[in-house]
Ligand binder design. Sequence first.
Ligand code: IPE
Ligand code: IPE
Ligand code: MG
Length: 248
Amino acid sequence: MSQIGQPNSPIKPPQHVAIIMDGNGRWAKKRGLPRLAGHKAGTENLRRIISASVEFGVQYLTIYAFSTENWGRPRDEVDGLMRIVEDVIEKELNELDEQGVQLRHLGKLDQLSLNLQKKVLAAVDRTRNNSRLVLNIAFNYGGRDEIIHAIRQILVDGIKPEDVSPELVSHYLYTAGIPDPDLIIRTSGELRISNFLIWQGAYSEWYVTPTYWPDFGKNELRKALDEYANRDRRYGKVDSSEYEGSHV
Ligand code: IPE
Ligand code: IPE
Ligand code: MG
């Protein structure tokens, strides 16, 4: 069977892939390393997955990098994670820009250091006209926080109750203008959503692998996309061929 990313592949990749990049800590522990070494290895892997996503023709890639609940981790780990994002923006921005990647941030900026806020805003601004891949970085992101933020804004704008629709709510989310994820991947085997895209993921397909995030390479991504290509998305309806067959 043809595979995504293979020459002459007729398979269409999902338009929007979202990833819960989990398992950095366990990856490090298995090697007797500190958790932050796992986060660094995870960042290296992210570079591979961004390039592979561009190569496979994915148009939107959303990555869960830091949740609103991750503030509850030990101070050292939180500080280390903040430093890693700053570093990544500094070191990778040129290459991302050259690859045609448009960066977007999902989440609340104001709890981050002023320096990090400035770097995020500058990176978003610099890449705003790129269109090869939209990379949404969910950082200080939580689905419940996002919905509360949207409700508050809807109230501030004086929207009438009868005008509240799924489209309107979507428009008030951090992901406004971005199609819902077709495929959500979670590494490291956990079977939970952990406050990620709880509105947008209503009809996403799921792919969970036991592989820890730093080891989730290009071939694993291809496998996930190939599996997605064989899924039957019904959105609560019945398969049209089945319907015709049973209908007299
Ligand atoms: C995911 O890896 C990265 C972040 C949440 C920042 P973890 O740090 O959650 O790794 P595990 O789940 O402890 O192995
Ligand atoms: C989800 O992973 C958050 C990120 C990957 C950034 P967690 O490791 O924080 O989730 P739980 O605690 O296992 O649910
Ligand atoms: Mg985890």
